[in-house]
Design a protein around this ligand. Sequence first.
Ligand code: SF4
Ligand code: SF4
Length: 376
Amino acid sequence: MIVTGTWSRKNRFNVQWQLGNFCNYKCSYCPTRLRDGRFEFVTIDLAKRVVDNILRQKPDHNVLFSFQGGEVTLWKEFENLLKYIYEQGASSLLATNGSRTPAYFAKIAPYLNYTFMSFHEVSEVDKMLERIKVFHPQHVASYTLMNLNLWDKCVDAHERIEAAGYRSIARVIFDDYCTLNTQQLSYTSEQRQYINKCNLHLLKPARLSDPLDHEVVLPLPVKMKGVINNKFDPRIIQIHDAGTVINTTAQSLLATQQNDYSGFNCYAGLEVLCIGASGGVTTSVCAQDGIFADIFDNPEFELPTVPMSCNRTSCWCESDLQATKISPGEPTFNPNVQPAIDPVFDTAKSLARDSLIAAEDDAEQAAAEEDLLVEP
Ligand code: SF4
Ligand code: SF4
């Protein structure tokens, strides 16, 4: 492989931000440190300073703030922060366990570009569907955590959510989540195939658009800065040695165990940033290069400007998997010019890349125009 990533979505910068670590659930696969509340939620003033700092340094980017916890919807200022980000022209993504009421989600939905509602071991499909239906189908998906102990329940949930016309991302679960020892549960090959099939199904054109042609029930938060595809799109694009282009997804790569990028040049810090509940800032969720800033000490920290060389054998976080990676020996590009990838390939590879980018541009333009048409 030569290059992998979501780099055709130009200038995206994804901030994975754990605003606190309090959660009202106690999922068996969730490490205590990710949910015990030992780190209080940030203050709204500090959060706004961090947002301002990132937007100041990424003026030409489509910055996406991806919020997760704990359960961030329990923070009383969450709605205010979403409004603030919306007013600045940036985008927000929420990962939630769906435990708040449909009325709460209806209140925050206009400020969210994407919402991922996780189906956990205590979740009930009917209740989850009540909440998912608050959102426009192009801006919401279920994250169905494929629990080995509750496999049939998870398959049932995944299929009922899909049957209702909403997307469900079958998601692998990890042991020792978010540590150096993070590894997937011991899925059977049939279970891996099932997860892979479910995720590749999401790449079908009908699934990338709105399969049931739902009416727009809420004003959608579309902030157009240049051309951005605001819609759900889980695609990861890979170019292989012979110029072959493959569309896949993060969960498919995990399910088929194709997530070793050791030695690759990784652009996570230029396309992704991670802010932990303790305030520590890392270039990626894998935290390979350690904490380089603390938002409590310095909310005006400088963003990374150079890529890193991957020294891990397992890239397991979805946002890390989506970052551009270039295989060893391939030409790199000047990260100070633009983190959107532009390596100099040989002619065959270059042609494959150019035609891919052109096709993606056309698709994004069409999607953007379509978005504008449906806006109230
Ligand atoms: S809902 Fe999420 S944060 Fe809360 S316990 Fe479950 S996995 Fe952990
Ligand atoms: S494990 Fe970390 S350094 Fe390696 S490819 Fe993934 S994000 Fe990049």
